[in-house]
Every structure is written in C-alpha cells, then in structure tokens.
Ligand binder design. Structure first.
Ligand code: CTP
Ligand code: MG
Length: 179
C-alpha cells in the first residue's frame, strides 16, 4: 500500500512539479495574448503565461532527470528501467501534458466565471492530472510503468496530496490560508 503510494508519487513528480516552476519563472506575455473568448471573458487569463508554460515543462524535465540520477545513485529502477530515449519522451509528455492540462483547467474556470487565481476544487487538482495521463497514455511505453492500479491511485491521491501540502505550507507560514 505505502509502496504503491510512493511509487505513484515518484512516477508523477514530472507532472506535479511543472506548476511550481511556472510560479517561479512565470510572468510576461499571457498565452492568450490578452484576448477574450466569445463570452467576453479572457480565454485563459493573466495567470497563464508563455514563460510559465515553457519554464514549467523545462522544470518537469529537469525533475525527471534528477530522479533518473537518484535512481542510478541509489540503485533502484523505476524510470531508469526504461531506455533513456523512452524515459525522456515519456517524462516530457508528462510535463507538457501537465502544463496543457493546467491551461485547460483555466479555460474551464474562465468559462464558469471564476477570476484568475480563484480556487476551484477538483478542477484545480484533477484537470491537469487527467489531461497529463490522457496525453501520456497515447505513448506506448507509458504502459510499461503505469498500471491501472497506479492510475487509480493517482486520481484518488492527487487531491489529498494537494490539500495536505497546502496545509503544511500554511502551518509553516508559506501560505495565508490552509487551502
Ligand atoms: N503561471 C504562469 N504560467 C503558467 C502557469 C502558471 O505564469 N502557464 C504562474 C502565474 O504567475 C500564476 C501562478 O503561476 O498566477 C500560479 O499558477 P496557477 O495557480 O495555475 O494560476 P492562477 O493564477 O491560479 O490562475 P487560474 O485561475 O487561471 O488557475
Ligand atoms: Mg491557482
């Protein structure tokens, strides 16, 4: 059980980390270039920028490569059980899927009238994951590492992890609110 949870988190780190990198490097030109959709609201909003998008993907790929190095150093094989080229393509898809899914989530939020930065439970925590899994699953080597069991664990675990980490960030003073 704990094994399954830890393995799921390890496999998803390249998809979890891009948004954090986007927060760090984001800013500048918005992905929607400031344009509105037919409903008169922004397509994505100022919270989705090109710099954040590209930096986020680069951050996810960097994280994956650090994981590969850690596996080699500590002699365990999860990602490093794949040939490097397959590992690279897969984790690239996880990172890119995560940033695409993050934007898809913002698109839905804007259509429903949520302002940039407004919290929207489930959409904030699951849209990116579903899109990531969907895109990565089209790449056959995905199935060498992601079993149905792992995918279900990911879907159940991600919202809980999100809330848990936010609560910790609140307790140590990084966030104003515990959610
Ligand atoms: N960010 C960015 N580019 C992205 C994603 C995120 O620049 N593609 C940066 C923005 O500064 C953003 C912050 O990371 O405000 C936090 O990301 P997120 O919570 O995803 O965006 P929100 O500001 O909450 O906007 P939204 O309501 O659209 O989710
Ligand atoms: Mg947000």
């Amino acid at each position: 059980m704990l094994d399954l949870i830890l393995k799921t988190i390890w496999l998803l780190l390249p998809a979890y980390t891009p948004n954090n990198f986007a927060v760090l490097v984001g800013g500048g030109t918005p992905i929607d270039f400031g344009k509105n959709f037919f409903d008169g609201r922004r397509i994505l909003g100022d919270g989705k920028t090109w710099r954040g998008f590209v930096g986020g993907i680069a951050g996810g790929v960097l994280t994956a490569n650090l994981q590969y190095a850690v596996e080699t150093l500590f002699a365990f094989k999860i990602y490093s059980s794949l040939p490097y080229a397959e590992f690279f393509t897969l984790t690239m898809l996880l990172a890119a899927g995560s940033m695409i899914g993050d934007s898809v989530g913002s698109f839905f939020k804007r259509r429903l009238g949520y302002e940039r930065g407004a919290r929207f439970l489930i959409v904030d925590q699951l849209t990116f994951l579903i899109v990531t899994l969907f895109i990565s699953a089209l790449y056959a080597p995905f199935w060498k590492l992601f079993s149905v069991e792992i995918i279900l664990t990911a879907i159940l675990l991600t919202p809980a992890l999100h809330l848990g980490i936010n609560y910790i960030a609140f307790r140590i003073g990084f966030k104003e609110v515990p959610w």
